[in-house]
Design a protein around this ligand. Structure first.
Ligand SMILES: Nc1ncnc2c1ncn2[C@@H]1O[C@H](COP(=O)(O)OP(=O)(O)OP(=O)(O)O)[C@@H](O)[C@H]1O
Ligand SMILES: [Mg+2]
Length: 879
């Protein structure tokens, strides 16, 4: 917004349009001139006597509140301070894609404006106007930034001091500053920043700056646990509440204000509204932070119905409803994976203010190298092929002087011999009594009560994220210890900014990959065990992690992973939302992920130290992935198919930079064009082919089936179009089209279903065909031509049609037997000579049959009721 270009009247009109009172708008413009941003800030900061009843300067507030005691502000006056909750400033349609803006807030995204002036400046100007008419607000309930106790120090400086003192980092990142500035201006804020960029600090620092409590809503106990543990290491007292909290006194202590930060799951916060209102009145609540906020949205991954009910926070903690509040308690919503649709849904369902500040950093992670590889991902044969490099790498690492062998369990920690590398199935000691599993192998001795926890032991189940308890691996309560105490131990070092320039990224390519730990994500629980088992057998220090394993084991895996005692964790999605370990070098997805959101979030756990890290997706590129079972409504099923389909297309892509696809998926314009690291950037796309003829015939068949037979040039026998078959097959699908096409033209025989499926997708991508079914399919199933497609047939007949073959097309042409065997075998049987040769070959190939065991003929008992039976019985007795 170019403030300078607006007249006073225009600024006033805009302010009124935003929902501010006429008098406030006029007064604000009188005071600051026709500067829209400043006027908004002026009003929001309570400088406008009319609308606020009192200036919001906290220095004044604090001083006065001491003298005046109980509050006297009328709720009517306070009611005007409520943040509006309509989304009319968040335009969804026609919004341009945002450019990469690491530091600059994107004003095009919201109606919220950026605070151009530091808040202190505003405060100073307010102070100079005096604060005589301040209402009486109890001291503890004021927005009493601690800086008022340390006058003269700019809040940013104070925040940096606290950062240095508690976390050992030198300065806030710019997006963190933006989020904090919004909080200080009592504004709601939506923070969209890449995985591992440091979102947590945006809501942790306010607790230190204000001396009030920060309430963090988080979806997982393991995540809350991780963060509490970390905070305790940094000298900040924190606790988490809910069913995972074994100590019932923690909740009471938390509500009395004994912790700086309270982590709570959405289910619990809904129950605690009243006590939290008490806390807001006593010690004060600085902020409600809603972490992993994509869980709010049905359109995202990891939807949690209870997240949707969190609008209760705005309804219950606003200035008109709680008279002791001067401002609504701000909401700060944070996520690393939210498409534009998800963002809108978040703002709406949380009833966030229309002045919500949206802070965005680029989703691009320049040190991550994305690769896609074809694998059946199904058996030990695949494991052997796919993990041999990984196994070799860890073996080399151990050989190269990593003499100090670290064992993977507490129990075995005293054994330093590599021979104690163990396999999962032989290592688990299962105790029925305490539901506890120990990773033990006591030099050959068979532990008592041992039971094999093998893959067969567990059902082939998935981990579906429904409630906070699902993956509970919590320890309990953590209180602040002295800062930096365990800093070195935890391996916490300042995260360098990841290399962003082309030169830096090219230099990354020259660097060898470090040998840090790997996380392998698999879809099912059973696979966590079978792969971990395989890796352990191959000498890798690996562990399985899934929600069905005993909690004590899961806790141990967490700990050993963080302490660098494990090389590989093989996990379902239960492992790691928000896991913040700096040196994870490799994230492997073994099997199709269910969405690009989930994929990017999980992949984002690699390379948080800024060093080169790999994210490899192994998937069966010759199979269309299917949706994993889960409880879904009809709408959710549609959305789930859409997300899976996007993921499938990402895997099939052979020509576009993978980082570009991922980043643009989240609505960002990828200004770099190429990441220079992914397999497509490094290996280059395959040779483009002119597939005009193939595209034409496929389009003709599709068009003819959809009543567009005028486009047929006679080369295609339109058998399906006759009325009889039309009646029989209302909806011919792609597979049928292709079968017919191949039957009729020997020329295209070499190209099998898989190849044509790829071509159909390419044509769909160009906008020539679309899905004709009302259901969403991962791969186009019932194609019908679009207007553009008909034009292609009519007008562009003779133009070449160059395309980059997609992964399935390439696989198909490589004669991958897995899908072409049957087709080849079926070909040519009509020819008697071919038939004779094949049958002969089959006869010769056939293994000699084992001689059949003679079946003992069971003697039938004679039927004594008949004469014949009785005679037979007599005869048999006689011998
Ligand atoms: N200003 C800073 N300077 C240096 N390092 C920082 C800074 N802020 C945060 N970090 C570090 O960045 C790392 C990632 O932080 P954090 O866990 O908050 O990431 P996140 O954005 O929440 O990631 P995710 O999306 O996976 O939850 C942490 O190790 C943190 O200490
Ligand atoms: Mg986080």
């Amino acid at each position: 917004m170019a403030d300078g270009r607006l007249s006073s009247d225009e600024v006033i009109a805009k302010l009124i349009e935003m929902g501010f009172e006429n008098s406030s708008a006029v007064q604000a413009v009188k005071q600051v001139g026709p500067l829209f941003n400043d006027a908004v800030e002026y009003i929001l900061n309570g400088s406008c006597g009319d609308c606020r009843g009192a200036p919001s300067n906290s220095e004044c507030s604090t001083k006065n509140s001491k003298a005046l005691g109980k509050r006297t502000l009328s709720s009517a006056v306070l009611g005007q301070m409520r943040q509006s909750s309509i989304l009319d400033h968040f335009q969804s349609t026609g919004r341009p894609k945002r450019r990469r803006t690491s530091n600059v807030p994107d004003t095009s995204i919201s109606g919220s404006e950026v605070l151009d002036r530091p808040v202190n400046e505003v405060k100073e100007s307010v102070t100079s106007k005096g604060c005589g008419n301040l209402g009486t607000v109890p001291e503890a309930l004021q927005v009493s930034f601690k800086e008022e106790v340390e006058p003269g120090l700019h809040w940013e400086q104070r925040a940096n001091n606290l950062l240095q003192k508690h976390f050992g980092y030198s300065s806030l990142k710019s997006f963190q500053k933006e989020a904090l500035a919004a909080w200080r201006a009592h504004r709601d804020c939506l923070v969209l920043a890449a995985t591992g960029s440091g979102k947590s600090l945006c809501f942790q620092i306010p607790a230190l700056l204000s001396g009030k409590v920060v309430v963090v809503i988080s979806p997982l106990i393991s995540l809350m646990h991780d963060q509490c543990l970390k905070l305790s290491r940094h000298g900040i007292s924190a606790c988490f509440l809910g069913s995972g909290q074994p100590d019932s006194s923690v909740e009471q202590k938390a509500m009395r204000g004994l912790y700086d930060i309270i982590y709570v799951c959405p289910e619990t916060v809904l129950r605690l509204i009243k006590p939290l209102q008490g806390l807001a009145e006593s010690r004060g609540i600085a902020l409600f932070a809603i972490d992993e906020v994509h869980c709010v949205s049905k359109w995202g991954h990891g939807f949690r119905p209870d997240y949707r009910r969190l609008s209760i926070l705005r309804e219950n903690f606003n200035a008109s409803n709680l008279q002791f509040l001067k401002f609504d308690i701000p909401l700060m919503a944070l996520t690393a994976t939210a498409t534009i649709q998800v963002r809108e849904d978040i703002l709406e369902s949380l009833s966030m203010s229309k002045e919500t500040k949206i802070v965005i950093t680029s989703f691009f992670r320049p040190n991550l190298r994305f690769l896609v590889k074809h694998s059946r991902t199904s058996s030990s044969t695949s494991y052997k092929k796919d993990f041999c490099q990984l196994i070799g790498m860890y073996a080399r690492k151990r050989k190269n002087g990593n003499k100090k062998q670290i064992m993977i369990s507490n129990v075995t920690s005293d054994c330093s011999d590599s021979s104690t590398d163990i396999s999962i199935s032989e290592a688990y000691e299962y105790s029925d009594v305490d539901d506890d599993v120990h990773l033990t192998k006591e030099n050959g001795s068979t532990p008592s009560k041992q039971r094999e926890l093998s893959a067969e032991y567990l059902e082939n189940e998935l981990d579906v994220f429904q409630s906070v308890d699902d993956w509970d691996v919590a320890y309990g309560e953590f209180c602040g210890q002295s800062p930096h105490k365990d800093l070195e131990m935890s391996g916490l070092v300042e995260t360098a900014d990841a290399p962003g320039t082309i030169e830096e990224r090219l230099a990354l390519l020259q660097e060898p990959l470090e040998e840090g730990p790997t996380i392998i994500y698999v879809p099912t629980r059973k696979e966590t065990l079978s792969i971990a088992n395989y890796l352990c057998d191959s000498g890798v220090k690996a562990a399985a992690y899934n929600a069905s394993l005993p909690k004590s084991h899961l806790r141990r895996v967490h700990k050993e992973f963080h302490d660098n005692m494990l090389e590989v964790v093989v996990a379902t999605i239960a492992f790691g939302m928000g896991i913040d370990k700096l040196n994870v070098q490799r994230i492997i997805h073994y099997g199709w992920p269910q969405s690009l959101e989930a994929y990017y979030q999980e992949a984002g756990r690699a390379g948080r130290d800024g060093k080169l890290a790999e994210c490899i997706l192994y998937a069966n590129l010759s199979r269309v992935p299917s949706l994993l079972p889960s409880k879904r409504s009809e709408d959710q099923t549609k959305q789930a198919y859409k997300m899976l389909s996007d993921c499938f297309r990402y895997g099939m892509n052979t020509s576009c930079c993978r980082a570009k696809i991922l980043v643009e998926y989240f609505g960002e314009d990828f200004s770099n064009e190429k990441c220079l690291l992914c397999d497509v950037c490094v290996d280059g796309p395959p040779k483009a082919e002119n597939l005009k003829e193939e595209a034409n015939i496929l389009m003709q068949i599709i068009a003819s089936q959809n009543g567009q037979s005028c486009f047929l040039d006679g080369s295609y026998d339109d058998t399906y179009s006759d009325s009889k078959s039309h009646r029989l097959m209302q909806k011919p699908n792609l597979r049928m089209f292709v079968s017919k096409l191949r039957e009729q033209s020997q020329k295209f025989w070499e190209k099998n279903q898989l190849w044509w499926q790829g071509l159909a997708r390419v044509i769909e991508g160009k906008g020539y065909i679309r899905e004709g079914d009302d259901k969403i399919h991962v791969q186009i199933k019932f194609p019908e031509p679009t207007k553009l497609g008909l034009e292609f047939l009519e007008v562009e007949r003779d133009k070449p049609f160059y395309v980059y073959p997609e992964a399935d097309m390439l696989l198909s042409m490589n004669k991958c037997k897995s899908y072409s065997t049957f087709a080849d075998w079926g070909k040519g049987w009509a020819d008697p000579e071919i038939r004779r040769q094949r049958l002969e070959k089959r006869r010769l190939d056939r293994k000699p049959r084992k001689p059949r065991r003679k079946r003992k003929s069971r003697k039938r008992k004679p039927d004594m009721t008949t004469a014949r039976g009785r005679i037979t019985a007599k005869l048999s007795k006689l011998g």
